[in-house]
Design a protein around this ligand. Structure first.
Ligand SMILES: [Zn+2]
Length: 524
């Protein structure tokens, strides 16, 4: 069992329709005027927190009474519902005694997004007994209807509603596409109508899956379909990158969707296109939409193709999505913005946790990466959907975090060059000295891209030769890395430079260079 959370549905006694939402805490500021000037709008969701473990093994009468209504959830008996509840209510300025009629509603486990274990959320519902209770500023009453309306028809800059509301109330009452996909895979729906299916793929650690995005609105409500489109259909799939053994599941999903299907590919990496053949087998009429540089790197696609370069619209059952040119990770990398929910599907520009790397062989470019990040900030999306990991509910904060980290890394690289590191290996060894040597290969690509960016901006220090730097990449870096790696792994007594070691190192270096070329297509 993964992390366990408790979420509350507190009904309003005055109308029995509205329930309590808590304003979610904004992420910590950066302490930098530039980044702190980008602020996400307020996010409201059901009050929630991590469930406390029962310390002394003695269950309170409250815990037992709540869990009586969920007999199948026996593993919940070791958690302290009462203490967790008291903490949660204190944040809302409500006494434990002011709420009653508690009952267990459901527990929902999220799909396997990774890299950490799945979060399971227990929802319990109660009713505010004290009708005179005035609410704190961090609370408000809202109906499901109002929540739903604000989720599917987003007004720029307005308050947002989080995913627990959808999960807590379930989607039994709605005609959710989730039930029709008839897949045994776990699916997350957020915002309404946007399905995320993490599917096992040949991606890079720490992730194991690529999020398949499935979008098929029931009716054409929302945007009116205009004439300004490059493709239109009744359903959309983004980045089918699953393993071959999951093609059966992917085909089930495609078979459940309308025939007029569009498949959008953010970029060419194999963990984003691995399922294209299965889609084409299930539905030969499907239209592939991708940048021409991505299309050129996809083998085996013989079906319909529509090129996009950014700015075009796609309509899916009347709902508009705009294609965003978002180069950086690769040169043909694209993002997709669903207009009515302001959901930004970002491909590999960002990941759910940690940092992404740029594919130097796939046309990755640091200057373009920064430009695309600022473009995303200007779009001011409500939610960011990456292809690896969970959705991000604080888009501006996350994007600024990426900018800050990359700028900080760039400053370290610049400092290293000023201090006399003029080869790729010396710069990597200086800047990434605290990082495991196994990751220096990926780091080397980033350093090369940062040096390119610094050169474009005329920031390279005098005396630093770009020509010499470029000559130090490739095989020369491979040899030095291999020698350094072997030396770090063998006992000190026999750790001395010698002819045999040099031969081994050179051979290994050549091998690594050869295999790294082979890996060109498999970067995530
Ligand atoms: Zn990628």
């Amino acid at each position: 069992m993964g992390n366990l959370k408790l979420a509350l549905i507190i009904k309003n006694p005055r109308d029995d329709v509205t329930f309590l939402l808590e304003k979610q805490k904004q992420p910590a500021k950066f302490g930098d005027e530039h980044y702190d000037s980008f602020v996400d709008s307020d996010l409201w969701d059901l009050p929630s927190t991590d469930l406390l473990v029962l310390e002394d093994g003695v269950r309170s009468g409250f815990t037992i009474s709540v869990l009586e209504s969920c007999l199948e959830e026996v593993d919940l008996m070791n958690f302290d519902f009462e203490s967790t509840l008291i903490l949660l209510l204190a944040n809302l300025g409500i006494d434990f005694s002011d709420v009653g009629e508690w009952r267990f509603v459901r527990s929902v486990e999220e799909p396997e997004f990774g890299p950490d274990s799945c979060v399971r959320t227990c929802f319990i519902a109660g009713k505010l007994l004290n009708t005179d209770q005035s609410l704190q500023d961090n609370c408000k009453w809202m109906s499901m209807e109002a929540c739903f309306a604000s989720l599917i028809d987003v007004k720029p800059g307005s308050d947002r509603v989080g995913p627990l509301v959808l999960l807590g109330f379930g989607d039994d009452s709605r005609q959710s596409l989730k039930h029709k996909l008839s897949s045994s895979l776990s699916i997350q729906e957020y915002p309404p109508g946007v399905m995320l299916v993490p599917m096992r793929s040949r991606t890079l650690k720490p992730f194991k899956t690529t999020n398949l995005v499935v979008f098929s609105p029931e009716n054409g409500s929302g945007d009116h379909q205009g004439t300004d489109f490059v493709a239109h259909g009744d359903a959309l799939i983004v980045d089918p990158g699953c393993l071959f053994k999951l093609h059966v599941e992917l085909k089930k999903i495609v078979d459940a969707l309308p025939r007029k299907l569009i498949v959008f590919v953010t970029h060419h990496h194999r963990d984003h296109i691995g399922g294209l053949s299965a889609i084409q087998e299930s539905n030969p009429d499907v239209i592939l939409v991708a940048h021409v540089k991505t299309r050129h790197r996809i083998d085996g696609w013989s079906g319909n193709y529509t090129p996009v370069s950014g700015g075009e619209n796609i309509y899916v059952n009347g709902q508009k999505l705009t294609v965003i040119f978002a180069a950086g990770h690769t040169d043909g990398h694209m993002a997709l913005l669903h207009i009515s929910t302001q959901s930004l599907i970002v491909g590999d520009h960002c990941v759910g946790q940690g940092s992404t790397f740029l594919d130097i062989r796939g046309g990755g470019n640091m200057t373009e990466y920064f430009q695309s990040t600022y473009k995303f900030l200007e779009l001011s999306p409500n939610v960011v959907i990456p292809m690896h990991g969970r959705v991000n509910l604080w888009p501006k904060h996350m994007l600024c975090g990426y900018l800050k980290n990359r700028r900080s890394r760039e400053e370290s690289i610049l400092k290293a060059t000023e201090d006399g590191a003029h080869t790729l290996y010396d710069i990597v060894a200086n800047v990434y000295s605290s990082v495991d040597r196994r990751f220096w290969w990926a780091a080397a690509s980033n350093v090369r891209l940062h040096i390119d960016k610094l050169a474009v901006e005329n920031k390279i220090p005098e005396g630093f030769s770009i020509q010499k730097f470029k000559a130090s990449c490739g095989l020369r870096f491979a040899i030095r890395w291999t020698v350094g790696y072997i030396r770090s792994k063998i006992p000190f007594k026999i750790n001395k430079p010698g002819f045999i070691m040099s031969v081994i190192a050179a051979g290994a270096g050549y091998f690594l260079l050869y295999t790294s070329k082979k890996k060109n297509q498999i970067k995530s």
